[in-house]
Design a protein around this ligand. Structure first.
Ligand code: N01
Length: 557
C-alpha cells in the first residue's frame, strides 16, 4: 500500500538539491550531538560546518596555551557510557589538541562524518511560510530545504576584530587567536605584540613569552585570574571517575554551573561576611590551591550577590598578584579594580602573573597610553612606538548573538532576526524565537550557556530539542513557534535574575559591551543549569506551554 500523502512535505524542496528533516548549522560539540540525536530519531539530517574540519571552538582556537577551563572529565559528553569508559583524559584541564582529538574520535565512533559537510558556511536561512520549512543557503552555492533548523553555531565563534587605525597596513604577521593557523606562527626570535588580557590572552601570554625574543602585552583592562593547578590525571583518578561517572553526571545536571561540586568540604557554606578574617583567608587559600573557576569564586556563598563579600574575594586575588609580580609598578598595573570579581568571566591560568617577572616581557597600559595606530612595522601608542614582527589580537568575540547575526535569518513573513534583536536578543528559554517557527537555538541568549559548563548545557538543549521534534513528528505537527507572551515573560525573568546579582555591574561581553554598537543586554540566564533544566522539562511535560503548535494535520485533529 502506498503511504498517505504527508501534508508536512515541502513542495519547495523539489527546487532544491537537498531535502531534509533537519539542518544543523555548526559541527562543534553541539552540532555533533545534534546529528547523533536527530539521526537516532530516524530523521534525515545534514550538518553544515564552515571550517575545514569538525570541532568548532576547538578547531579554530589553536593559539599556544589554549585549553579548557572546565575539568576534562566534566567537559565531555555524558550520552554514551561506552564513550565515557573508553576515552581517558591525560590532564585535569585538557589542551586544545586533546579536545579536538576527542571530538574527532566521537565523530568517527558514531559514524557522523557522512552527514557533515565541511567548508560549508551557511549564509542565509529563510522560512517558507506556505510549507513550514527552512530554505538554507550555503556560501558555496548549496541549498537545502528542511523542516527544522538547529543553530549549533556556538557562543564564542564570531571573532571580534576591533577597527584599529592602520591595521590593514601591518606588514608583519597579524593573527587573531580564534583563527590561529593550524601549522602555527613562527615566534622564535621575534618581537611579538598581543592586544588583550582576557581568558585567551592569559592562557597565551606565558607560552608566547617563552618563544618570542620580546613580548609586549597591550592591556586595556586588568583581569582577575586564578591558577588552574593543572596536573596529569593519574590512572587511579581516571578509574575512580569512570567508576562513579553516573553519580557525577547527575550532580552536574542538577548543579548551578554544570560542575559536580566534588569538593564541598573545601568550601565554606557561609557568607564571606560571617567569617572571621582568619577563617576567610583560610577559605580563599584553600580555593586558590584547589584551582579553577569554582575555587575562589564559590568559596563563599555570596561572592556574586554581595558587593562587600565580592570585594573580600577580589582583594584576596589582588594580594596574590602583588606577591607574585616582583615589580610593584607592574603589579599595580595588573590589579583589576573596574569590576566585581567573577562578573567578567574569571580567567584560569598557568603561570600568567609569573610571566611578568621575565626580562623579555613588557606590559603596556593602554588606559594611560592608548593605541594611536598600527603601522607597517608595529604599533604606535600615544607615548611610544613598538616595532613588531607579529601582532596577536586576543580581542575576544561578538559573543552569543554574533554567530547568529552573521547569517541572514528570516522568519515568518520574511522578518529578519537582526531586526527583531535591534535593542537586544529575545528568545523563549534561549531556545526559540517568536516569529521564527521550527528554529531552535542551542545555548542561545536567555539560557545558562556561557555561565555553565557548555557541554552540559549543550546536551540538555539538544535532548530537549530532539524530544520536542519527536513529539511533533509523532503527532504529524509541522510547525512550532514560541508565543510573543511567553518570550516576553522569559526575557523579563532573565533580566530580573541577572539584576539580583552583581553581573550587570561589569562592562563584559556577557552584556555585549565589548563590541561597539552592540545592544546592551545581559544575555545568559543566571538561574543555574539545574533550575533551568526543571523549567524546560515542565514546558515539555505540559505539551509545550508557551509555544504555538500548528500545521495541517494538527489543525484537523
Ligand atoms: O575575550 P575577552 P577572550 N583595544 O573579550 C581586549 C572563553 N574562553 O577571547 O577588557 C584594546 O574576554 C579586552 O579589553 P577590555 C571565556 O569564556 C575560554 O579572552 O574590553 N583592547 C580584553 O582584554 C572567555 O571569557 C577559554 O578592556 C581590546 C580582550 O581584548 C571568552 O572565551 C579560553 C580592544 C578580550 O577579552 C572570551 O575570552 C579562552 C580594543 N579595541 C577563552 N577590544 C577556556 O579556557 C578588546 N580588547 C575554555
Amino acid at each position: 500500500m502506498e503511504d498517505p500523502p504527508n501534508k508536512c512535505t515541502a513542495s519547495a524542496a523539489a527546487q532544491a538539491g537537498l531535502r531534509l528533516d533537519a539542518v544543523v548549522v555548526g559541527g562543534g560539540f553541539a552540532g555533533l550531538y545534534a546529528l547523533y540525536r536527530l539521526r537516532g530519531l530516524g530523521l534525515s539530517v545534514r550538518v553544515f560546518e564552515a571550517g575545514s574540519g569538525i570541532g568548532g571552538t576547538w578547531f579554530w582556537n589553536r593559539y599556544p596555551g589554549a585549553r579548557c577551563d572546565v575539568e576534562s572529565i566534566d567537559y565531555s559528553y555524558s550520552f554514551s557510557e561506552e564513550l565515557e569508559q573508553e576515552w581517558t583524559w591525560t590532564e585535569r584541564y585538557a589542551a586544545q589538541a586533546e579536545i579536538l582529538r576527542y571530538l574527532e574520535h566521537v565523530a568517527d565512533r558514531f559514524d557522523l562524518l557522512r552527514d557533515i559537510e565541511l567548508n560549508a558556511r551557511v549564509s542565509a536561512a529563510h522560512f517558507v511560510d506556505a510549507e513550514s520549512v527552512w530554505r538554507v543557503a550555503v556560501a558555496n552555492g548549496g541549498v537545502a530545504i528542511a523542516r527544522y533548523l538547529v543553530m549549533a553555531t556556538g557562543c564564542l565563534s564570531c571573532a571580534n576584530v576591533p577597527a584599529f587605525d592602520g591595521l590593514q597596513h601591518f606588514e608583519g604577521h597579524l593573527c587573531h587567536t580564534a583563527r590561529w593557523p593550524a601549522d602555527g606562527v613562527e615566534l622564535e626570535g621575534k618581537q611579538v605584540g598581543i592586544i588583550g588580557t582576557g581568558s585567551t590572552a592569559i592562557q597565551a601570554i606565558p607560552q608566547l613569552a617563552r618563544q618570542a625574543a620580546h613580548l609586549f602585552v597591550f592591556q586595556r583592562s586588568p583581569n582577575f585570574s586564578v591558577p588552574a593547578q593543572n596536573a596529569p590525571l593519574s590512572s587511579e583518578e581516571s578509574a575512580y571517575v569512570k567508576a562513579t561517572y553516573r553519580e557525577r553526571r547527575r550532580r552536574t545536571r542538577e548543579s548551578q554551573g554544570g560542575l559536580p561540586a566534588t569538593h564541598p568540604e573545601l568550601a565554606s557554606p557561609r557568607s564571606a561576611l560571617e567569617l572571621t578574617h582568619a577563617e576567610r583567608a583560610a577559605t580563599y587559600e584553600r580555593g586558590w590551591m584547589q584551582g579553577g573557576i569554582p575555587g575562589v569564586l564559590f568559596a563563599c556563598t555570596d561572592t556574586l550577590t554581595s558587593p562587600e563579600a565580592n570585594e573580600l574575594a577580589a582583594e584576596f586575588v589582588r594580594s596574590k598578584i602583588r606577591t607574585t609580580v616582583e615589580s610593584p609598578t607592574v603589579a599595580e598595573m595588573l590589579l583589576p579594580t573596574d569590576h566585581p570579581i567573577g562578573t567578567k568571566r574569571i580567567c584560569v591560568d598557568i603561570g600568567y602573573f609569573e610571566t611578568y617577572n621575565r626580562d623579555n616581557v613588557t606590559l603596556v597600559d593602554l588606559r594611560r597610553d592608548p593605541i594611536e595606530t598600527v603601522t607597517a612595522t608595529g604599533l604606535r601608542t600615544a607615548g611610544s612606538e613598538y616595532p613588531l614582527d607579529v601582532l596577536v589580537l586576543a580581542t575576544g568575540f561578538d559573543a552569543i548573538t554574533g554567530p547568529l547575526r552573521e547569517i541572514d535569518i528570516r522568519g515568518s513573513g520574511g522578518h529578519r532576526l537582526i531586526d527583531k534583536w535591534t535593542v537586544g536578543p529575545r528568545a523563549y528559554l534561549g531556545l526559540a524565537c517568536a516569529g521564527f517557527p521550527n528554529l531552535f537555538l542551542v545555548t542561545g541568549p536567555g539560557s545558562p550557556s556561557v555561565l555553565s559548563n557548555m557541554v552540559v548545557s549543550i546536551e540538555q538543549h539538544i535532548d530537549w530539542i530532539a524530544e520536542c521534534i519527536a513529539h511533533l513528528t509523532d503527532r504529524g505537527i509541522c510547525r512550532i513557534e514560541a508565543t510573543p507572551d511567553a518570550e516576553d515573560e522569559w526575557v523579563d525573568h532573565v533580566n530580573e535574575a541577572a539584576a539580583a546579582t552583581l553581573y550587570p555591574r561589569a562592562n563584559s561581553w556577557y552584556i555585549g559591551a565589548n563590541v561597539p554598537g552592540k545592544p546592551r543586554a545581559f544575555m545568559p540566564y543566571v538561574g543555574g543549569v539545574g533550575a533551568y533544566r526543571a523549567i524546560c522539562d515542565r514546558v515539555s511535560a505540559s505539551g509545550y506551554q508557551g509555544f504555538a503548535l500548528g500545521g495541517e494535520q494538527a489543525a484537523h485533529s
